[in-house]
Ligand binder design. Structure first.
Ligand code: COD
Ligand code: ZN
Ligand code: ZN
Length: 363
């Protein structure tokens, strides 16, 4: 549980039974995503405190409320940080994965009936993105949970709750990386490394990883990066280095850090006539992006990608099945397996750049 200005504290929380169209899940494993750290630092918009964060989990359905047909007790599931209600105009639009129930359009800090299922010492605790996976039990609407293959190892496939599909989908869905192309990936955390996996799977011939932490380079190269560079090693701006390395700039640039300066650099490192820059990280609230609009005039495209463009309910079970068929290797991202009691140590490891993905079990 998180109270503003404090680190996470582990508390006894009462988790009420699911109401109609809700599901109570026993979380078996959860990862930390960079966004959870944004929540702890108070830089993720519209979060109410005290809150139970966490949005990269996997578990087993414990009970369901009236009218739930998509899952039943005992099913292995992944909570979805982007709902898919299946009914709104955005869900019915094949060109967006952003259901109108997401936090970008309405608060997900309470259940849809505007009450919480969490109580601690008699006080209400808020939900996060409706799924709050840093909890042994958690309740979510049925639009934010999906059944996965019974054979799926939950301590691995929890990564399909956010980090892996976010990065991989940015390459294969949003950018649609073409075989033989050149790619630059800014930020080599769990998300950026998953972008590299997507570029590699798409047949890119040159994949350049960019990070200020050289310790990330070995994993990036194992996953398909052809070169890795640290902007601090150059006197000139990194976009100029990338343009020189590729002739006229990269075909695809991905920003997976969540900063405006690196987004501007990613945009400027693209091929002016046909490059595609994909914003994967979320810059701080209130940020403004400033660039010469003539950059777009000759064909450069700037796009955003949330959760890799996947409609989560439709896609996550298929991705998990693909994982069981050894089509993806997100396990490479797991650097630490820790008991849930060490969740604060996990955040310290992430902030110090010493871990990529920390997975927590043993609630
Ligand atoms: N230049 C180069 N690299 C940098 C810089 C910099 N100025 N600053 C930091 N980095 C590197 C770090 O060394 C680190 O390796 C990497 O960037 C960031 O990695 P992590 O491990 O901290 O974070 P991820 O990969 O788990 O997540 C990154 C996101 C940016 C995607 C995430 O934090 C984010 O912005 N999320 C919001 C977007 C969103 O909603 N995504 C989907 C749901 S979470
Ligand atoms: Zn995330
Ligand atoms: Zn919807």
């Amino acid at each position: 549980m998180k109270t503003i200005g404090k680190s996470l504290s582990i508390e006894e929380v009462e988790v009420a039974p699911p109401k109609a169209r809700e599901v109570r899940v026993k979380i078996v494993a959860t990862g930390i995503c960079g966004t959870d750290d944004h929540v702890l630092k108070g830089s993720f918009p519209n979060v109410d405190f005290p809150v139970i964060p966490g949005h990269e989990g996997a578990g087993i359905v414990e009970s369901v409320g009236e009218g739930v047909t998509c899952v039943k007790p005992g099913d292995k599931v992944i909570p979805l940080c982007l709902p898919q209600c299946g009914e709104c105009s955005f869900c019915l639009n094949p060109n967006t994965n952003c259901c109108l129930q997401t936090h970008l359009y309405q608060s997900q800090n309470l259940m849809p009936d505007k009450t919480s299922r969490f109580t601690c010492k008699g006080k209400q605790v808020y939900h996060f993105l409706w799924i709050s996976t840093f909890s042994e039990y958690t309740v979510m609407p049925d639009s934010t949970v999906v059944r996965i293959d019974d054979a799926a190892p939950l301590d691995k496939v929890c990564l399909f709750g956010c980090g892996f599909p976010t990065g991989y989908g940015a390459a294969v869905n949003t950018a649609k990386v073409a075989p033989g192309s050149t790619c630059a990936v800014f930020g080599l955390g769990g998300v950026g490394l998953s972008v590299i996996m997507g570029c590699e799977a798409s047949g890119a011939s040159q994949i350049i990883g960019i990070d200020i932490n050289k310790d990330k380079f070995a994993t990036a190269k194992d996953l398909g990066a052809t070169e890795c560079i640290n902007p601090q090693d150059f006197e000139k701006p990194i976009q100029e280095v990338l343009v020189e390395m590729t002739g006229h700039g990269v075909d695809y640039a991905f920003e997976a850090i969540g900063r405006v300066d690196t987004l501007t650099a990613a945009l400027a490192s693209c091929h002016r006539g046909s490059g595609v820059c994909v914003m994967v990280g979320e810059p701080p609230p209130g940020s403004q992006l400033s660039f010469d609009p003539m950059m777009l005039f000759t064909g450069l495209t700037l796009k955003g990608s949330i959760l890799g463009g996947w409609k989560m309910k439709d896609s996550i079970p298929k991705l998990v099945t693909g994982y069981l068929q050894k089509k993806f290797k997100p396990d490479v991202l797991i650097t630490h397996n820790l008991p849930f009691s060490e969740i604060n140590e996990g955040f310290e490891l992430l902030r110090a750049g010493k871990s990529i993905k920390n997975i927590f079990i043993d609630f």
